[in-house]
Ligand binder design. Structure first.
Ligand code: ACM
Length: 743
């Protein structure tokens, strides 16, 4: 009975939602349906405001029924478009009311009516020309809903950019950020500096090309696009760039689709392409590499500002966007340290270090752009030396989870694109994780006005062609579209999957070959306290994917055990899970070592709190059998700025031989090992006897990733309760651990 009720509820809630992605704010179903025919009349009452959007709608209708609709009044089969404020909604809202006699679309802005047109297009694509009666009121949760393409590392055809704009618009996304320049190639024509493209839009094969060529042997999907290879003096060169004529055309196309093209000229670092053409722009006068990044522009040379303003003048002329992105990420400042000019400038301007010099440069360029009426966007690295409040910040460094909080606290409008899960160039960003991006939600609740939205970033080092880029982008973009458009309360993963399945069919129809995708599973792991085991469940945007698994580390095949809803693991294992499709297990296969030990499932009481930004799995974190990977950003590492002090209820007094736990040190990121770990025992959980103290012996200044395991025998430690105290001797800095292992 209960089951039937639940089923009915499920059907009801499914019916109440239209087949639209991103999910609309509100949908109310009604009786009957409207059928669009060549006789349907179009009635526009917009004071001429929506001419272009009406044309877009007519094009969509023509694609369905072979003709534009005739305009006219009255009748029992009309489509009306009206300029009207949608009550109780934000500015770019639309209302789409469908009855058997009429489709009525109302909005007060061009964006609003455009989004209504996109919803109508999706309904025509998913339901056909007969659309069920319903009323939709809808508007975006966030103003910035974007995609960034890196066209420097590998270049993509001009037509590809148009395809991206069309798809973004179809999912009501509104920013295409173009990373036009980087060390590996200058991709935009600058008429006053022709050598930028003459010399630096083309390159001999570099390390990324070699890596792509090598990896293409195993995976043909990533191959270099042969259209950008040329013979030059007996050598193959790679490259290309967009002309100003093309950009003009692209801007018009983007405007029609209500997508803002945001140009990025990354400076002062990531400038090798420009420095190869104009070596005098760097401090040493000779292009070079630091330990990781290229030598940046020299902020102490006036010709650098002449260069930057020439480039930006033309960028401003080409791109009407309100925003110009000036990068400011990953700057190797060693040549600034060694440069007399830089040091003199720092003295003169009273700049305390090279970070402050970087900020000085960013401010000077930003002031130029602001005077031209633009808003400036930078990567979050620029926060290090402090920047003006009115500069917009893109949060990308996911290993510094505090960045978005700091950015907002400093008053910056902030755009989310943390590497995990929003770098779509990474194969392992999974739709489920995008859809449930926790920090985005948290910060929005705390500070809605400063969170502008989110975007996916696609870095092209390992993406040799645009078809492969599409496979990485579009299945996952569905989740991001909904994350940025639909209010939190309206988002629903199960309902999303149903609508995403329809959109996957649509994407196949427009040429995105999803059969070649590498779907990535998201694991949901829980400690089963009652059964003292670890329970695994997997999420994927496919509905009921066929999963097979092994526990002994061998590769799963179609003959392995089928994985039904969840699996309880109660011994040390290596879990491997694969999706079966067309008789084959898809790559990559999910692999996880399960560190099972006697403490799994035991209750832990915290006497001092974990840091709010690094909760890991909360109070089950240290006994959930889950160890972290090599970085504290991994969700299994729990962080503390105070001591770690916990009591474990062993539930019995015997049977435990040894306790161990590890801490991580990455000292240049303020992650250090505790001074000591002290183990005490108690019979009642209140009165403790000290059992052992284990001292740290790692130098807090030692660089690199270091683990320290604190381990002691539990011989003679009889008692039902164990207290673990890890002393943080560097207040303000972090200690991180992932599991307390009991054997
Ligand atoms: C970045 O990934 N360097 C912004």
């Amino acid at each position: 009975m209960k089951k039937i009720f639940f089923l009915a509820l499920l059907l009801l809630s499914e019916c109440a939602q239209a087949q639209i992605l991103p999910r609309p704010v509100s949908v109310t179903n009604a009786e009957g349906e409207f059928t669009l025919t060549p006789q349907t009349k179009l009635m526009v009452d917009d004071q001429g405001a929506f001419t272009q959007e009406v044309f877009t709608l007519q094009e969509a209708i023509q694609a369905k029924i072979g003709a534009f609709l005739a305009t006219g009044h009255g009748g029992s089969n009309v489509l009306t478009i009206k300029k009207n404020i949608v009550p109780n909604a934000s500015a770019n809202a639309y209302k789409l009311a469908i009855t058997p006699q009429q489709i009525s679309l109302e909005a007060s802005t061009t964006e609003g009516v455009f989004y209504g047109v996109q919803s109508l297009k999706q309904l025509l694509d998913t339901e056909g020309v007969s659309i069920k009666a319903k009323t939709i009121v809808d508007y975006p949760a966030y103003g910035w809903r974007g995609l960034m393409l890196d066209v420097s590392r590998h270049f993509y055809p001009f037509e590809y950019l148009k395809q991206q704009i069309e798809l973004l618009a179809y999912y009501k996304m509104n920013r295409l950020h173009l990373h036009l320049t980087d060390d590996e190639g200058w991709r935009i024509e600058i008429k006053s500096l022709p050598e930028l493209t003459q010399k630096s839009a083309y390159r001999d094969f570099d390390r990324h090309d070699s890596a792509v060529i090598r990896r293409t042997a195993q995976d043909k999907r990533i191959a270099l696009d042969p259209r950008f290879l040329q013979e030059h003096n007996g050598k193959v060169r790679y490259g290309g760039f967009y002309t100003q004529e093309e950009i003009k055309d692209l801007v018009k196309f983007a405007e029609k689709h209500h997508v803002e093209l945001v140009p990025e000229i990354d400076m002062p670092g990531h400038m090798m392409a420009a420095i190869l053409a104009y070596p005098e722009l760097c401090s040493t006068g000779k292009p070079s590499w630091g330990s990781v990044f290229s030598q940046p522009l020299c902020p102490a040379k006036e010709e650098v500002f002449t260069f930057a303003t020439k480039v930006l003048d033309e960028i401003i002329q080409m791109f009407p966007s309100k925003y110009v992105h000036i990068g400011a990420d990953e700057v190797d400042k060693t040549t600034w340290k060694a440069s007399d000019l830089c040091q003199q400038l720092m003295k003169k301007e009273n700049l305390k270090d090279e970070n402050a010099l970087q900020s000085w440069f960013v401010e000077r360029v930003s002031n130029y752009l602001k005077a031209a009426g633009k808003e400036v966007v930078v990567w979050d690295d620029a926060l290090e030396g402090g920047i003006s409040k009115d500069i917009n910040v893109m949060y990308w460094r996911d290993w510094k989870a505090t960045i978005p909080f700091e950015s907002v606290a400093a008053g910056h409008e902030t755009i989310f694109c943390p590497g995990t899960p929003l770098y779509f160039s990474r194969r392992d960003s999974a739709s489920y994780d995008i859809y449930h991006l926790r920090s985005f939600q948290e910060l929005t609740v705390q500070n809605k006005n400063l969170i502008k939205g989110a975007q996916a970033n696609v870095w092209a080092e390992q993406i040799g062609n645009s078809n492969w880029a599409n496979l990485l982008i579009w299945p996952r973009m569905l989740a991001l579209a909904e994350l940025t458009w639909t209010p939190f309360e309206q988002r629903n993963w199960e309902d999303f999957k149903r609508r995403a399945a329809l959109q996957r069919t649509y994407l196949q129809g427009v040429g995105i070959d999803l059969a070649k995708e590498s779907p990535f599973l998201t694991v949901v792991q829980q400690t089963d306290m009652a059964n003292k085991g670890i329970r695994f469940h997997f999420e994927h945007e496919k509905i009921n994917p066929q999963l097979f698994y092994t526990l002994d580390g061998t590769e799963p095949t179609a003959n392995s055990k089928p994985f039904t809803d969840n699996l309880l693991v109660k011994k040390p294992s290596t879990l491997k899970v694969g999706i079966l499709e067309n008789g084959e297990i898809l790559q990559p296969v999910f692999t996880r070592p399960v560190e099972f030990h006697k403490g799994v499932g035991l209750k832990v009481k915290y006497l001092q709190p974990w840091h709010k930004n690094y909760p890991a799995a909360g109070e089950v974190s240290l006994t959930n059998g889950q160890q972290g990977d090599d970085y504290y950003k991994d969700v299994n590492w729990q962080g503390f700025t105070n001591d770690l002090e916990v009591i474990i209820d062993l539930e019995k007094t015997t049977g435990y031989k040894e306790i161990s736990m590890r801490f991580m040190q990455i000292c240049n990121e303020d992650v250090l090992i505790p001074g000591y770990v002290e183990i005490s025992v108690s019979d009642d959980g209140e009165h403790f006897r000290k059992h052992a103290t284990i001292q740290n012996d790692v130098d807090p200044k030692q660089l690199g990733l270091i683990y320290k395991v604190f381990k002691t025998s539990l011989k003679g430690a009889k008692g039902r309760y164990l207290k673990v105290l890890a002393k943080n001797v560097h207040p303000e800095q972090f200690i991180f651990t992932d599991e307390i292992l009991l054997r």
